[in-house]
Design a protein around this ligand. Structure first.
Ligand SMILES: [Ca+2]
Ligand SMILES: [Ca+2]
Ligand SMILES: [Ca+2]
Ligand SMILES: [Ca+2]
Length: 144
């Protein structure tokens, strides 16, 4: 009789542990889900705390990323420094003078072009939903 109660308690304990582990796993998955990535980006870059990203916040972030990636101090980004942030096609479109590098001006111009594309409702601000668009995701790769 005692043993039976003990067994049942043990099973219950295992079930509770399983539930805790399960919800922790679920929580971890949710944090990594794309829907949360945009919220995290807004939180990190939204300096005026209005819950959206405007062109000034995005431009500042782009300049900071440019400086961070610009490792050989020649004041331009080549494809190696950009890594997987831009495809060959995207790079070519962003490099109108075709010198195979992006100046800060070219980089910021590209970011601002993507900003305008992603701002579907044209209110000058990007919300999480707009950052989930194709242009929004391309933009996030360049400002984080
Ligand atoms: Ca803002
Ligand atoms: Ca460089
Ligand atoms: Ca160039
Ligand atoms: Ca908008």
């Amino acid at each position: 009789m005692w043993r039976r109660v003990e067994d049942r308690m043990r099973i219950e304990k295992l079930l509770v542990l399983g539930l805790i582990a399960g919800s922790a796993f679920l929580g971890g998955t949710l944090v990594a889900a794309p829907a949360q990535a945009e919220q995290a980006a807004i939180k990190a870059l939204d300096t005026d705390n209005d819950g959206t990203l405007d062109i000034n916040e995005v431009t500042k972030a782009a300049e900071a990323v440019f400086d961070r990636l610009q490792k050989d101090q020649d004041d331009t980004l080549d494809r190696k420094e950009l890594g997987s942030r831009l495809s060959a096609k995207e790079f070519a479109a962003a490099d109108p003078d075709k010198d195979a590098t992006l100046t800060k001006e070219e980089y910021v111009a590209l970011v601002q072009k993507l900003f305008k594309q992603a701002d579907v409702d044209g209110d000058g601000k990007l919300e999480a939903k707009e950052l989930r668009s194709k242009a929004g995701r391309a933009l996030l790769r360049l400002i984080r």
